[in-house]
Ligand binder design. Structure first.
Ligand SMILES: *Cc1c(COP(=O)(O)O)cnc(C)c1O
Length: 402
């Protein structure tokens, strides 16, 4: 389970016929410490990005003490692992039974909502012998634009700023602390997404006249994928901090965020085997029903590397990938860049699958989980190390040369 410490070691020593998950606790620790030290407020982890117990414990050990959970199963999972963690139930539409169990059994005090009906449901579910709870933090989810995000979260949840006042008033009446939450969409490619959302928060506060104790800017912080290199996370934090300082909120108001992808993406990669090559398409042993759901269904591009003792010197070509099931949908268009001589029997590492990758596996068609190995090498990309010279530096070098 632990001897080989990178993809080449696993391929050489084990020649696995099943996909192998390589996990990098050191990368998750680095991401957690970055948020804990640099985000100007409280960072929670959005468990849905990857509910691996090992990852959750690693984040906790690195200073993440608050967890964004979205189902009663996630509440039970995190509470079972971490008896003293703070859990926030941030799904705006919850079954009454889930709210009641979360509040009465697992000590959850923070809930999100986007309607007056959900306020009433939460109040009823958290009451004890007809006496309403006096210790609730209720976060009203505001609908904001997903214009800067690679993956929209704008349609399903959130009350529009024009309809927010009655919901804010109802939540204010029922809550000890009132919050406003939003989600700018996943993999937000510009900090402007948060500035625009904060402008809507301001409008909602001004129009409703409520006192707000918590601003929760949600997730959406980007990781690094081919063709998707965003500004440094510190720029996002600076934009959020400035907008928060300008809001008409109480002096003691708190700022929260809920990163999922940014904390988990670098945690895992997979090692797959090429079973067959047909022109520029490779048949591999993981796919749409495994860790590559997003690659198949929303054409997400993950970085790939050919894993060989002697690196290929062939030129790079774009490939598409077929997964192992019998289903035509089990297809990842890519393009995935690999050396032109890649062939059946080769191993390929697919990186940045710690968020919305390994978490999405099913066992459809008999292809399920393979082994997990702890890797000590670096992830294929990182938002937390300076891998390439900054744009300013490149411009400076160009100027010197010309
Ligand atoms: C999915 C989700 C997150 C995490 O989003 P990322 O884009 O992975 O950071 C945070 N909060 C809520 C409410 C979510 O639904």
């Amino acid at each position: 389970m632990h001897k080989p410490s990178n993809a080449l070691g696993v391929a050489r020593d084990v020649s696995p016929s099943q996909p192998v998950t390589l996990v990098r606790p050191h990368a998750a620790r680095r991401a957690a410490r970055y948020f804990v030290e640099k985000f100007p407020g409280t960072s929670m982890y959005a468990v849905k990005a990857n509910p691996s117990p090992d990852l959750i414990r690693t984040l906790w050990d690195s200073g993440i003490a608050t967890f964004d959970v979205a189902s009663i199963a996630e509440v039970r999972l995190v509470r079972g692992l971490l008896p003293t963690a703070t859990l926030c139930f941030m799904h705006p539409v919850k079954p009454a039974e889930a709210i009641a169990e979360a509040y009465h059994v697992h000590g959850v005090r923070v809930f999100s909502l986007d309607s007056v009906d959900e306020v009433a449901k939460i109040v009823a579910a958290c009451a004890t012998g007809g006496v309403p709870a006096a210790d609730l933090t209720l976060c009203v989810r505001l609908r904001v634009s997903s214009a800067h995000a690679k993956l929209s979260l704008a349609a399903k949840f959130g009350v529009g700023v024009d309809e927010a006042a009655p919901v804010l008033h109802a939540a204010r009446q029922a809550a000890d602390a009132l919050g406003i939450a939003f989600h700018v969409g996943s993999q937000a490619m510009s900090p402007q997404a948060y500035a625009d959302a904060m402008a809507l928060v301001r409008a909602a506060i001004v129009r409703s006249g409520v006192t707000v104790d918590v601003i929760d800017v949600g997730g959406g912080f980007p990781s690094v994928y081919p063709g998707m290199e965003a500004a440094p996370l510190e720029r996002y934090f600076a934009v959020i901090h400035r907008a928060f300082e300008d809001l008409p909120v109480s002096y003691s108001a708190e700022l929260w965020c809920e990163p999922g992808r940014a904390l988990a993406a670098e945690y895992a990669s997979i090692l797959v085997r090429v079973e067959k090559r047909r022109d520029d398409t490779l048949f591999i042993n993981d796919g749409a029903y495994g860790a590559l759901f997003d690659a198949a269904h929303i054409d997400w591009r993950f970085p790939v590397e050919l894993v060989r003792d002697v690196p290929s010197r062939a030129k790079m070509l774009p490939f598409s990938l077929y997964g192992p099931t019998c289903d035509d949908m089990d297809f990842m268009r890519g393009p995935f860049l690999l050396p032109a001589d890649v062939a059946a029997g080769d191993y390929v590492e697919i990186g940045m699958l710690g968020a919305y990758g390994c978490a999405m596996r099913t066992s459809f068609n008999g292809f399920g989980n393979g082994e997990t190995v702890i890797a000590s090498d670096e992830p294929m990309a990182s938002a937390y190390t300076v891998a390439e010279p900054s744009r300013e530096k490149v411009t400076a070098i160009r100027e010197v040369r010309s």
